[in-house]
Design a protein around this ligand. Structure first.
Ligand code: TXA
Ligand code: MG
Length: 314
């Protein structure tokens, strides 16, 4: 049996037997297992070589998602109504049924309803939530196609549901609540502006060190193996034939073949959708170094810069 396919039935039956399945979402592919089953959860950690202190998020259909939490603040409900299914993760007090293995010992759990028709069909068929971190080895670039999952974790998964390329392309935005007050812990595919339109001004608490609130937001993350330099302009760069440039849309005066554009039409959504595939492509190319120019801090530009900063050599 080929490991890549489109059978929801096959995926569901593997998951009911505590196997692991690569699932498509609108953000990135997830490495999914039964989030209520300790055995499946531990397999996810070991497949990714993920440290046990970095909690997983749960995915479920909209009618079941709040079964896995014990309290829903009013503003969380507003965000859920407006943005689910979509690239938003809410961190809320966990329900007792959720094992501490899933939440790395925390009393809270991240939950999300992904916006992808195949995965929504799968989630409707299951009576348990799917724990699913991004389907990449810990700290490497997240996968945005089924092939990326095969390339990196092919031996670790029992099956991969092929749902095409992820159309958002960067991970979900994570919103937690401190005394029912919303706080953004991770920038992502839903912009801060869009969130603030629904619930007003929100504190953004992004950390570039190990942060117990979001341990996975470590300083080095989403990183290619090759050195990546993040710059505001190119004046200090010593150019050579082995350097590739990632640009939003503006051309620079180096060989055309070494310029790679995130969006020719200056569209932040397109840029986010292209980002990881382009990083991966360049990481596997003959270029020795990647130089990226920071995007304007507008719309998803903020989240893209966040990922580039974590991917860059400091
Ligand atoms: O878009 C996404 O969110 C993707 C797709 C597959 O849904 N998933 C994803 O999962 O990015 P992962 O595990 O790579 O990142 C989840 C982040 C981690 O940084 C983790 O530390 C944080 O969520 N997280 C999970 N539970 C948390 C909690 N209870 N409190 C704070 N942060 C939490
Ligand atoms: Mg990840």
């Amino acid at each position: 049996m080929s490991k890549i396919g489109t059978s929801i039935e096959t995926a569901a039956s593997i998951l009911r037997n505590d196997g692991l399945v690569g699932i498509p979402t609108e953000t990135v592919y997830g490495l999914a297992g039964n989030g209520l089953n300790t055995h499946a959860v531990l397999k996810i950690f070991s497949a990714k070589k993920r440290p046990s202190f970095d909690p997983l998020i749960l995915h479920s259909s909209k009618d079941k998602i709040f079964n896995w939490v014990s309290h829903v603040p009013e503003q969380a409900q507003l965000l859920a109504d407006k943005f689910w299914p979509g690239p938003l993760t809410l961190v809320l007090p966990k329900a007792n049924i959720v094992p501490f293995e899933t939440t790395s010992g925390l009393d809270t759990v991240g939950v999300r309803v992904p916006r992808h028709s195949m995965t929504l069909e799968l989630l409707s068929a299951l009576d348990f939530p799917l724990a699913a971190p991004s389907a990449n080895p810990f700290s490497y670039i997240s996968p945005t196609t089924a092939q990326h999952v095969i390339d990196q974790l092919g031996h670790e998964v029992d099956y991969i549901l092929d749902g095409g390329s992820c159309n958002v392309g960067i991970e979900s935005t994570i919103v937690g609540f401190e005394n029912d007050r919303p706080v953004i812990y991770r920038l992502g595919g839903l912009s801060v502006d869009d969130i603030e339109k629904v619930i007003g001004k929100v504190e953004v608490q992004i950390n570039y060190t190990s942060n117990p609130k979001s341990p996975g937001m470590a300083k080095v993350h989403y990183a290619p193996k090759k050195p990546l330099l993040l710059v505001d302009d190119f004046s200090e760069i010593i150019d050579d034939a082995n350097t590739a440039y990632i640009l939003f849309n503006e051309r620079i005066v180096v060989d055309e073949k070494r310029q790679f554009f995130l969006s020719q039409s200056e569209n932040y959504f397109e840029a986010a959708a292209q980002l990881y595939a382009l990083l991966r492509y360049l990481d596997n190319s003959d270029f020795l170094k990647i130089v990226v120019k920071r995007l304007p801090e507008v719309s998803l530009g903020k989240a893209i810069n966040d990922r580039l900063y974590r991917a860059a050599i400091k």
